[in-house]
Design a protein around this ligand. Structure first.
Ligand code: NAD
Length: 396
């Protein structure tokens, strides 16, 4: 069938299998073009490995340091005329490329928050790899069923304490308007922390450690974001920011626990980029559109894959991760550079619907959004019939 994008708000309900495969191939090519990563991890578990930063992490580890990878994600296979989700096609393409390169890759589709998924994945690691030397925690989810209480917890993107009004982009039509978001109530803050905070990361590490599935010197990383003051009410000081604070608490606790193995837990603060998760955050898409224009003009723009390549190559494997005062790896260093942020502040004050095209990289934003779902990739014939029933080789 011919597959076209069907966009509903900040989600696209279709995905193009060949476009997703091309997107994965392009990311692999970026890593390969930079040569192999010396001292990179060799056996890597990636939680949230099908899209965004998790997929890029899996690609950088596999194609940068020839790592065996186990990936966990929550995606949907195709059903009749309904396409699979992009993460499904990405994972299918990743596994095919890994097999062609002689790399071990195994994937699990289901709820990473559950005890059952942890057991299945750890059994596979024990059987196939023995242990892992790197665990990437890159889940982004709107909800979590707590494995002990059974409670369904929901995360919200809201300010705390008072309502927040700022400029906002309608990503469908490029109109710059204003948005006001009411503050979260206590329970919403607690639930967001329970979904996006550190408890599940700790549960994974605990389960892996009890099964003796962590190799000496193991490194584990979870991803965070800080961003500029203008987004702080909705991000750093909002509900999601509280969850990220909890992630930092978990990092410190894990760091202590891993010391006996000579291991290390890290928070990596990454750059703001168009992903399925970030498209859903109010205000952020306008910021990203302005940021892309400035960073592209300055030659410092990166996508997820360049960020994750830099993480593995220049920080984790170089022996010089360059932590900040709080011990975090900062891959947002180029985003937060003074000259970039000065320009952001000026353009943020000035931006409106009329000058948006000139001040921001909306075309770049939209192309990146479409690419998340396998559209807008060069060299893919979108008018041709494609088989949407693609399997992920390691998933029965
Ligand atoms: P994403 O939406 O692209 O990826 C989320 C991943 O989580 C997918 O693989 C999805 O399948 C998986 N997932 C979700 N729920 C799951 C579940 N219950 N079980 C198993 N897998 C599940 O998101 P992303 O933007 O790459 O975010 C990953 C991390 O990076 C998050 O912690 C996010 O806060 C952080 N981060 C993102 C940005 C950004 O701008 N996008 C910047 C800095 C940090």
């Amino acid at each position: 069938m011919v597959v076209a994008p069907k966009i509903r708000g900040f989600i696209c309900t279709t995905a193009h299998p060949e476009g997703c495969a091309k997107h994965v191939a392009e990311q692999i090519a970026v890593v390969k073009s930079r040569g192999s990563i010396a001292n990179g991890p060799k056996k890597v578990l990636v939680l949230g490995s099908s899209t965004g930063y998790g997929l890029a992490s899996r690609i950088a580890a596999a194609f940068g340091s020839s790592a065996a990878t186990v990936g966990v994600f929550f995606e949907r296979a195709s059903e009749g005329d309904r396409t699979a989700t992009a993460g499904w096609y990405n994972s299918a393409a990743f596994e095919r490329e890994a097999a062609a390169a002689g790399l071990y890759a195994r994937s699990f589709n289901g709820d990473a928050f559950s005890d059952d998924m942890k057991s299945q994945v750890i059994a596979a690691i024990k059987q196939d790899l023995g242990q892992v030397d790197c665990v990437i925690y890159s889940l982004a989810s709107p909800r979590r069923t707590h494995p002990k209480s059974g409670e369904v917890l929901k995360s919200v993107l809201k300010p705390i304490g008072e309502s927040y009004t700022n400029k906002n982009l309608n990503t469908g039509n490029g109109v710059v308007n204003e948005i006001t978001i009411d503050p979260a109530i206590e329970d919403e803050i607690a639930q967001t922390v329970a979904v996006m905070g550190g408890e599940d990361w700790e549960m994974w590490m605990e389960a892996l450690a009890s099964a003796n599935a962590l190799a000496p010197g193991v490194q584990t990383l979870a991803y965070s974001y800080i961003g500029p003051v203008l987004t702080w009410p909705i991000y750093k000081n909002g509900t999601i920011g509280q969850a990220k604070l909890d992630l930092e608490r978990a990092q410190k606790a894990l760091d202590q626990k891993l010391a006996s193995l000579g291991g290390k837990a890290w928070i990596s603060v990454n750059k703001a980029l168009v992903t399925q998760a970030s498209s859903a955050i109010p205000v952020v898409p306008l910021y990203i559109s302005l940021l892309y224009k400035i960073m592209k003009a300055g030659g410092s723009h990166e996508e997820c894959i360049e960020q994750m390549d830099r993480l593995f190559r220049d920080r984790l494997s170089s022996g010089n991760p360059q932590p900040d005062d709080a011990g975090r790896i900062r891959l947002d260093d180029w985003e937060m550079a003074e000259n970039v942020q000065d320009l952001i502040s000026q353009r943020w004050a000035a931006v409106n619907t009329e000058n948006f095209a000139e001040l921001a990289d909306f075309a770049g934003y939209q192309a990146n959004f479409l690419k998340l779902f396998g559209f807008a990739l060069d060299g893919v014939d979108y008018s041709a019939d494609v088989n949407v029933a693609i399997s992920v080789p390691s998933i029965p």
